[in-house]
Design a protein around this ligand. Structure first.
Ligand code: KG4
Ligand code: ZN
Length: 346
């Protein structure tokens, strides 16, 4: 089964070619530089950039894989959730192409693709299905933060989610308050690695709440007030590093403690994590230490598979087909608000 997969839900234009479960190529054209000037993703600009880059990136994926579009047995594209103008370009362009070439076409849920991305082995470039165990999965991206119980492959339900900002949004917005360039998450991570996480204490929202929902907007507000009160701290590099480490510690503390509690309560032996924020070194170390202390195993998405990419879209499509999903041409349009729990398994 040869699959061409497309991802265009936000600010990465990505394509991948999968051949019998092996990732042959997965080029990504990032729009970060374009949006940096505006301090965030501008949906209209993202759509125009996808329009410009999609066909070259798809051609690059096919060339690197040594394949032609006519070799493909299936075309898969992210159908939602995401920015409507961005989704529209990738999804409909490749739906139309599939229609014209008389190939099956399936739409993939972006969160579900992140959810199973920790199972992509970066060495073998295959899914590591054999080591699957029931797990609690933390999806932490710029658009969402959620905890999902995965009982068996492709059988999952959401047990908690953010009620306001996503963790990535909190990283990006607090970084902006500190005057750091967009996207702030990786820059804040870098500065935090040299700072003292105990220098300042920021709130750990909803940590004491018995449920598994998150809230990050209060933390962002508290950072705003703190900076208004102590503007000189941001100007001093040493203090800036301490501020970054302290903000990161607050976000990571909530994410790690809630994830561990969910795993212990659900009596699973494994935690998985994915999405752009799972690149964060503080989060990776915090999850590893907490898993070690509680006898849990940990599997975090690796390298390029943490942030948005088309390999995870194609691998999920492959996993679904392997599990008996039907090969057909879907006629429906994009689903910008597609919730993971309700219908990702349909
Ligand atoms: O999964 P992703 O690429 O796109 C969405 O689906 O949203 O995640 C992007 C988010 C951004 O908010 C970015 O700042 C954050 O992931 N991010 C990080 C790090 N790398 C990416 N946040 C904290 N530390 C990092 N190292
Ligand atoms: Zn994403």
């Amino acid at each position: 089964m040869k699959i061409l997969a497309i991802e265009s839900s936000c600010d990465e234009t990505a394509a991948a070619v999968i051949d019998d479960g092996l990732i042959l190529s997965d080029p990504i054209a990032s729009q970060i530089q374009l949006h940096a000037e505006y301090g965030g993703v501008v949906p209209e600009l993202a759509a125009r950039e996808h329009l410009k880059n999609l066909l070259p990136v798809a051609r690059q994926a096919l060339d690197r894989a040594g394949k032609r579009i006519s070799d493909m047995d299936l075309i898969a594209a992210t159908q939602g959730p995401g920015l409507p103008p961005a989704l529209l370009v990738g999804f409909h362009a490749f739906q139309t192409l599939a229609f014209a070439l008389d190939k099956p076409f399936i739409g993939v849920n972006h969160h579900e693709a992140h959810l199973y991305s920790p199972w992509i082995d970066p060495q073998t470039k295959r899914l590591n299905q054999n080591s699957f165990q029931p797990n609690i999965s933390l999806i932490v991206s710029g658009g969402h933060t959620m905890l999902v119980k995965v009982d068996s492959p492709l059988n999952h339900h959401v047990i908690g989610a953010t009620i306001d900002d996503a963790a990535g949004e909190c990283f990006d917005k607090t970084a902006k308050l500190l005057g750091l360039p967009y996207p702030g998450g990786p820059v804040l991570d870098q500065l935090a690695s040299k700072g003292n996480p105990k220098a300042y204490v920021f709130p750990r929202p909803m940590l004491k709440d018995p449920g598994f929902d998150f809230s990050f907007s209060g933390l962002k507000t508290s950072v705003r007030y703190f900076i208004q009160k102590h503007p000189a701290l941001v100007e001093d590099h040493r203090h800036l590093q301490d501020l970054c480490a302290s903000i990161q510690a607050a976000i990571v503390d909530v994410l790690v403690k809630k994830t561990i509690r969910a795993a212990l309560q659900s009596e699973v032996a494994m935690i998985t994590a994915s999405g752009g924020v799972s690149c964060n070194r503080g989060l990776r170390n915090g999850l590893q230490e907490a898993c070690d202390a509680n006898g849990l195993s940990l599997r975090i998405a690796q390298g390029r598979y943490c942030t948005d990419n088309a390999a995870m879209v194609g691998m999920l499509a492959a996993w679904k087909i392997d599990s008996g999903a039907s090969l057909q041409h879907i006629e429906e349009g994009i689903r910008p608000g597609w919730r993971l729990e309700t219908d990702a398994n349909e």
